[in-house]
Design a protein around this ligand. Structure first.
Ligand SMILES: [Zn+2]
Length: 521
């Protein structure tokens, strides 16, 4: 009897112990914060054996006078010289205000076209989307020796972003061949930032995904997309399609973000008081009505002589907004015929490249090509879009950069009772510690990182080590690989990123509740 009792007790103890071990195990698997592997050793031992080609974003100054002999001939045409801007303002401000007051839309359109021509005329392309050959960038990608490997020694691919994506991708291919020859390698890693991700998507579609000779060439080791424009940029697509809107709250929220610590706090405080008493609303409403009127009364005609001739802009749109823009800008059979080439290359980008970009990434993962997406968040988008509350990195919306993350509004959360939208194959939590992002709805949740308060940057101090760990690893690095680089990271000091945790996430406070008047009452 006694022996039976002891056996029963020990059996119960065994079961209890087994149960506790199992449940601790499953708890660890479910808890995202438990990643015990440090990247320190791997970083030290990285075998940097291939060059990184970095594809820049929409940047750089453009000049005219490139085909002439001396430096003095260079005249900056993008961004426009301050003198040119001032001259344009002085010349057109008064007549434009007068036409606006009397609602003379023909006059407004004529002046708008002249303003656009004065500011961007030299920068525009012809009706086939080809820039004037005497215009372009001064800086070129002229490395002429083996500069080295790793993110800090990337070979920058600098390009004329006015061109269509297919033309730029062909130039990138030439550049990649040049870099491989220079470094005596037969592989390359491709890292792209912002607009560069549209170029990279096009390159991968043309020279990897649909390339019949790829198996033979086999030259791509890794692809990393940082703060990507590849799924469209609201500030561009909305300002071409007439879906712009202004509102005082997002305008003030953006000001509060960018004016912090710049010495302009005094100006901000004045604006805040005006905002709290509703005195900015009439100005904002006026601007909304004005833009609506201008778009309804011939902005498309004015744009056709300048900015609408630049194919690069059409690659910075979602396919839906691109189609809307195309029908708005090229609204007559005559215009469709005249600008047929621009429409053709833009249609191609949207129907082939953008439509297949997720499939291309999946194919790379299947082929063992290291791939990663780094999205950024926590900041107000430039508030000229159809939804200025959307989460962004200040320039591009986070759901677009991340291929479909579920995002709270920029100063809101997903809500107290929020449950992860999808069960991921990894079985772990994809919700951020600040409850602002759910990555489970991303196309690739386990290879998509998020950096909070990174203002549309690809700075080496922030993403350099992570990119090197991804590029030079023998196997695919995921958001579950390293303790230092979990899915969610935050820039707290402007110098580095650290894991975002419940402890450092801070409280998310809607902008209105942070204003002086609100606090006072
Ligand atoms: Zn997962």
């Amino acid at each position: 009897m006694k022996i039976t009792f002891k056996r029963i007790v020990s059996l119960i103890l065994c079961v209890a112990m087994l149960f506790s071990v199992c449940s601790a195990g499953s708890f660890a698997a479910e808890n995202e914060s438990i990643i015990t592997v440090s990247c320190e050793e791997d970083l030290k031992n990285i075998d940097e054996n291939i060059p990184i080609v970095f594809i820049t974003g929409l940047e750089g100054e453009f000049y005219k006078g490139l085909s002439t002999e001396t430096e003095e001939d260079y005249v900056r045409i993008w961004g426009p010289e301050t003198g040119v801007i001032l001259k344009t303002v002085f010349k057109y401000a008064l007549p434009l205000t007068f036409r606006l007051l009397i609602k003379d839309y023909d006059g407004i359109n004529k002046i708008s076209a002249e303003v656009a021509n004065s500011l961007f005329g030299d920068f525009a392309c012809d009706e086939n989307g080809v820039p004037n050959p005497d215009t372009g960038k001064k800086d070129t990608s002229d490395y002429d020796y083996n500069y080295g490997f790793g993110y800090s020694k990337s070979y920058n691919f600098v390009y004329d972003w006015r061109l269509d994506m297919l033309t730029i991708a062909a130039q990138l291919d030439e550049y990649i061949n040049y870099v491989m020859e220079l470094t005596s390698t037969d592989k390359v890693a491709l890292v792209a930032m912002s607009m560069g991700t549209a170029v990279l998507s096009t390159y991968l579609y043309e020279y990897y995904y649909t390339a019949e000779d790829y198996a033979e060439r086999n030259h791509i080791a890794a692809a990393v997309f940082v703060a990507g424009a590849f799924n469209g940029v609201a500030t561009c697509e909305d300002s071409f399609s007439g879906n712009m809107s202004f509102d005082s709250t997002s305008l003030m929220r953006m000001m509060s973000e960018v004016m912090k610590g710049t010495g302009s706090e005094g100006i901000y405080k004045v604006l805040e008081v005006l905002y709290c008493f509703g005195m900015l609303d009439p100005v904002v409403n006026y601007a909304n009505n004005l833009v609506k009127d201008i778009f309804a009364n011939g902005f498309n005609d004015a744009a056709c002589d300048s900015i609408a001739t630049i194919p690069g802009f059409y690659a910075l749109m979602s396919s839906e907004r691109y189609e809307e823009t195309r029908e708005y800008i090229f609204d007559t059979p005559e215009k469709k015929a005249k600008f047929a080439k621009i429409i053709e290359v833009s249609d191609y980008y949207h129907n082939n490249v953008q439509a297949n970009s997720a499939k291309v990434i999946q194919s790379m993962l299947d082929d063992g090509i290291n791939t990663a997406i780094i999205a950024e968040y926590g900041l107000t988008i430039v508030p000229i879009t159809s939804d200025n509350d959307r989460m962004s990195d200040g320039t591009i919306a986070t759901d677009r950069e991340s291929f479909g993350a579920t995002c709270a509004e920029v100063d809101g959360t997903l809500g107290d009772g929020y449950k992860q939208a999808k069960v991921c194959a990894c079985g772990k939590s994809h919700i951020s510690a600040d409850n602002q992002i759910d990555a489970s709805t991303c196309a690739f949740p386990d290879i998509t990182w998020f950096g909070k308060y990174l203002r549309h940057t690809c700075g080496e101090e922030f993403v350099g080590d992570l990119v090197d760990l991804i590029v030079y690893s023998d196997e695919q690095t995921t958001v579950w690989t390293y303790a230092e680089y979990p899915q969610y990271l935050v820039n707290l000091d402007g110098e580095k990123i650290v894991p975002l945790t419940a402890d450092n996430a801070g409280e998310v406070i809607p902008y209105e509740e942070t204003t002086a008047i609100k606090k006072f009452f």
